[in-house]
Ligand binder design. Structure first.
Ligand code: NAP
Ligand code: G4F
Length: 352
């Protein structure tokens, strides 16, 4: 039985990867950080699984990281733990660097100090945010990086540390450069889930409108469930290599909002000067304002356009995403229309 250690197991990708690896009959260990309230809601369904063990640790603490590697001696490590919110990283740059940059170094050193360089395969959750102010369209494994946030800069450190440990110590250490991937398990303060939960609340008569930041930024949005399959395939190759995972389609935040409202038969019309804070989205049927602009949601530096070319993943991994933009929006809206009716939703949204 193969053993895998997942950091960030309580996150969106952690949920889908745990599900996948348990189905593949792995023994799964999850590094979980201490929280004052339970943070395992996404993996509650697996908690009684005999092949899942959660271990207390924190990526900012090299002692716990090293101890967990020593105790578990995993065949594969998926390093998903991160302060993953780009906007918030501008407010918490030092913490973001500690966890997202040095956390990776701590894990790679834990592999070395436990003499597992030749035994343990390492996957680093790298990101399309590395491309930032993009140098070419679409972005591939060869596109130069230009990070635009403390988050992306911390992830750049981790990207190169992973490459360096591969080259310096012959480790099977790889980067998955993943473009945005979403799902009903996405955190509530990422733009897609923010939109789908707010649309769900509007259609259920629980709110009249919601606010949003930059409508123009474009992202290559895929379905998280398919992306964790790609992570696993990256670690099953004969030799370590870095891969882009993406859909090859790009859509703006504005288009995401329009598509989400379309799922509930509302056509959005935009009123007011385009790109200004006076612009708003109204219900074309009755002129009711449903979307307003909140300048506080804009970032000090924005990533305007991401679109990935995952040809290498298709060729080498046989990985190709099936769920594209429209279906993804439908999956999320359909889920959230029921989700916001649950009693704990009111608590959850105030905690966000
Ligand atoms: P997520 O839902 O925000 O999950 C992040 C995970 O990291 C959570 O389990 C969180 O624990 C954990 N974590 C945060 N700080 C930690 C610390 N100090 N020690 C231990 N664990 C810590 O993120 P995701 O969307 O699943 O993304 C997974 C990874 O892929 C992240 O590294 C992200 O940066 C990267 N990535 C994501 C995307 C995307 O579109 N989703 C694209 C490219 C790359 P709590 O539950 O306790 O908060
Ligand atoms: O949903 P977002 O916060 O995701 P972002 O910044 O693209 O980062 C996500 O994807 C990365 C991969 O490219 C991951 F590495 C990272 O960990 C994370 O998972 O924002 C998407 C876009 C941005 O341009 C943002 O400015 O939406 C824009 N936006 C507009 N209004 C908003 C809002 N973003 C958020 N979170 N909230 C808003 O109200």
């Amino acid at each position: 039985m193969k053993k895998a250690l997942i950091t960030g197991i309580t996150g969106q990708d952690g949920h889908y990867l745990t599900d996948l690896l348990l189905q593949k009959n792995y023994k799964v260990y999850g590094l979980v950080r201490r929280n004052s309230s339970p943070n395992t809601h996404r993996i509650n369904a697996f908690l009684n699984h005999p092949n899942l063990t959660l271990l207390s640790g924190d990526m900012s603490d090299s002692i716990s990281v090293s101890r967990i590697v020593a105790d578990t001696r995993p065949d594969e490590i998926y390093n998903l733990a991160a302060m993953s919110h780009v906007g918030l990283s501008f407010n918490q740059p030092e913490y973001t660097a500690d966890v997202d940059a040095l956390g990776t170094l701590r894990m790679l050193e834990a592999i070395r100090s436990n003499k597992l360089e030749k035994a343990t395969r390492f996957y680093q959750a790298s990101t399309s945010e590395l491309f930032g102010k993009v140098q070419e369209v679409p972005q591939t494994e060869k596109t130069p990086f230009h990070p635009r946030s403390p988050y992306a800069i911390a992830k750049l450190y981790s990207y190169w540390t992973t490459v360096n440990y591969r080259e310096a110590y012959g480790m099977f250490a790889t980067n998955g450069i993943l473009f945005n991937h979403e799902s009903p398990h996405r955190g509530l303060n990422f733009v897609t889930r923010k939109i789908t939960t707010n649309v769900a609340e509007i259609v259920n008569g629980m709110r009249s409108h919601f606010t949003i930041g930059n409508l123009e930024s474009k992202r290559d949005w895929g379905y998280a469930k398919e992306y964790v399959e790609g992570m696993w395939r990256i670690l099953q190759q004969d030799s370590p290599k870095d891969f882009v995972l993406a859909t090859g389609e790009t859509h703006s935040v504005r288009e995401f909002i329009e598509a989400a409202f379309e799922c509930v038969d509302i056509k959005i019309e935009w009123k007011g000067p385009k790109g200004s804070v006076e612009e708003c989205g109204v219900n074309a049927k009755n002129n009711e304002v449903l979307v307003k602009i909140d300048p506080q949601q804009f970032r000090p530096a924005e990533v305007d356009l991401l679109i990935g070319d995952a040809s290498l993943a298709k060729k080498d991994l046989g990985w190709e995403p099936k769920v594209k933009f429209q279906e993804l929006v439908e999956i999320m809206v359909k889920h959230d229309i029921e989700y916001v009716k649950q009693p704990y939703w009111q608590v959850e949204k105030t905690l966000c």
